[in-house]
Structure formats: structure tokens, C-alpha cells
Design a protein around this ligand. Structure first.
Ligand SMILES: [Mg+2]
Ligand SMILES: [Zn+2]
Length: 277
């Protein structure tokens, strides 16, 4: 059944078509300072610092929210998420952005309620009205030990914990979609028969191509929003097909299946080796 399938989405460059941190910093005119400070501190700490700079220049939380509402997002991904939700899939976000940015964007586009959970860096608005951003993992007290991920968040560790906490509800099958190297880390924790949906020609794809044997899950890459929608919906269809052919016949009527993705539904190893790099 579709409700046994847990779709874990990255946010930046996977749901929206930009990096929300860069978007806010650039749109509000703080890119020079951001670039200057980046070599001196971890990205997550720098974003908290940038929120202080932005606040001290008289920009309000409302200005940041309005800026986030203008972040590019393709209508195709919005409709794909609504379809997956309507079909009963368990949708979650796993992102190195922050709670305020993600919730503001998803709410603006009417898809916040489609997601059961958002795993990301916590944020809150302090007494001064300044947005504070904290690391998901407190790297000052301990290291998560992963060499792939940034110090504040290991996506693989979070996906493993998510799997463990959901196991009481019965067997869940995981699908992870993303574009970054941390999404490769999450992909390493996927099991055979599950799916990794990497954005092609983005960092996750480069790492997959260099390490094709490390991913046990099936890999279905996508390089534009129409492809992403087709891959998502076809993956749901595939799970239903595997479960019950009569359900799958009904699903075919509900979910449009793009034929070219049935052809490209190939194993991780074949897929990665096919690509010259
Ligand atoms: Mg991303
Ligand atoms: Zn990791």
C-alpha cells in the first residue's frame, strides 16, 4: 500500500529550484558579507550570523518571509507532491536549510500539510524579532562522525533513525530524493528494493557515478521537473504494482505514467556506469 512508502525529500534544489540560504542572502543584498565570512565558520553558524546582520540593517522577519515566497519553485513539483499525498504516501522533508525557511515556502504554496515531518535545523524568532538558526546536531558537544555530511547534520544518520522509529508501525519502504552530497549519505542507508532519486548532474550524481557499487537501492535520476514528477509517480505506481496487480491496474488510471521512465527504470549500477564522467 502507498502508506507504507515513506518519501524523504531534500528541500533546496529538490523542491525549490534554488538554495534558500543563498536566495535570502542574495535577495536582501548581503552576498558580499556572506562570501567574505564563509571561510571563517561553518555554513549553519554563518546563516545564524547573517540573520543577525540582516536584522541589524533594519530588515524584518516579514521581509525575509516575503523574499522566501519569491523563491523559484516549479508548479509541476507542487502538483506532484499533492498527487503523492492524495495517494496516501507518507511524505517528509530532510533538509540542511531551516524550519522557518522551509515552512514559509511550503505554506505559501499550499503544500505544508502534505508533509508529516520536517527534519531540519531548528529556528526561532527571538525577543528582538531576529531569526535564530541552530544546528540540527550540536557539533560543539559531539561529532556525528560522518565524513560526507557537514558538522551540523548527517542525513544518513537521520534516515536510519527515521526508519527505526517507524518500524513499530510495520515494514516501511523508503524513497529519498535530493541533489547534494549529503543526499548520497542518505542514499547509502537505503535498502535493496528502495529508491534513490538523485538530481542528475548535481553533486549527488557525481558521487554516485564515482561510487556506483555503494548504493543498494534502485537509482532513478531526473534532470528537470517534468522528469521528477514522472519518476515520483512511477515509483509510487511501482510499489503498488509489486503489492497487488489489481491495485496497480487502478493506479494506472489515477497516476499518469511516462513510458520513457519505465524504460529508464534500471539498476543503480547500470545507471551509473552508463554515464561518462
Ligand atoms: Mg539540496
Ligand atoms: Zn552523513
Amino acid at each position: 500500500m502507498a502508506n507504507d512508502v515513506v518519501f524523504v525529500f531534500d528541500f533546496d534544489k529538490t523542491i525549490i529550484d534554488c538554495d534558500s540560504d543563498n536566495w535570502v542572502v542574495e535577495e536582501l543584498g548581503f552576498n558580499d558579507l556572506f562570501t567574505q565570512l564563509l571561510p571563517t565558520m561553518p555554513w549553519n553558524s554563518l546563516m545564524d550570523r547573517m540573520m543577525m546582520e540582516i536584522h541589524s540593517q533594519g530588515k524584518t522577519i516579514h521581509d525575509i518571509a516575503e523574499c522566501l515566497k519569491r523563491a523559484p519553485i516549479d508548479p509541476t513539483i507542487i502538483s506532484a507532491i499533492k498527487s503523492a499525498h492524495a495517494f496516501g504516501c507518507d511524505l517528509r522533508i530532510l533538509s540542511d536549510a531551516n524550519a522557518f525557511f522551509i515552512e514559509t515556502v511550503l505554506k505559501h504554496h499550499g503544500i505544508l500539510d502534505c508533509f508529516k515531518e520536517i527534519k531540519t535545523n531548528p529556528s526561532h524568532i527571538d525577543g528582538e524579532g531576529r531569526l535564530r538558526i541552530s544546528p540540527y546536531h550540536d557539533f560543539n558537544s559531539s561529532s556525528h562522525g560522518c565524513k560526507i555530511c557537514p558538522p551540523n547534520m548527517c542525513k544518513g544518520a537521520i534516515l536510519e533513525r527515521m526508519r527505526a522509529s517507524l518500524s513499530a508501525e510495520g515494514k516501511k519502504r523508503f524513497v529519498h530524493a535530493g541533489d547534494g552530497t549529503a543526499d548520497f549519505c542518505a542514499g547509502l542507508k537505503l535498502e535493496e528494493g528502495e529508491y534513490l532519486l538523485p538530481r542528475k548532474d548535481f553533486p549527488v550524481w557525481d558521487v554516485i557515478c564515482k561510487n556506483p557499487m555503494l548504493i543498494k537501492a534502485n537509482i532513478r535520476e531526473w534532470s528537470n521537473w517534468e522528469e521528477f514528477e514522472a519518476v515520483l509517480l512511477d515509483t509510487i505506481n511501482g510499489f503498488l504494482f509489486a503489492d497487488d496487480s489489481s491495485t496497480a491496474a487502478r493506479a494506472d488510471q489515477v497516476i499518469p505514467v511516462d513510458c520513457k521512465f519505465q524504460q529508464s527504470s534500471i539498476s543503480a549500477r547500470q545507471s551509473a556506469l552508463r554515464v561518462p564522467h
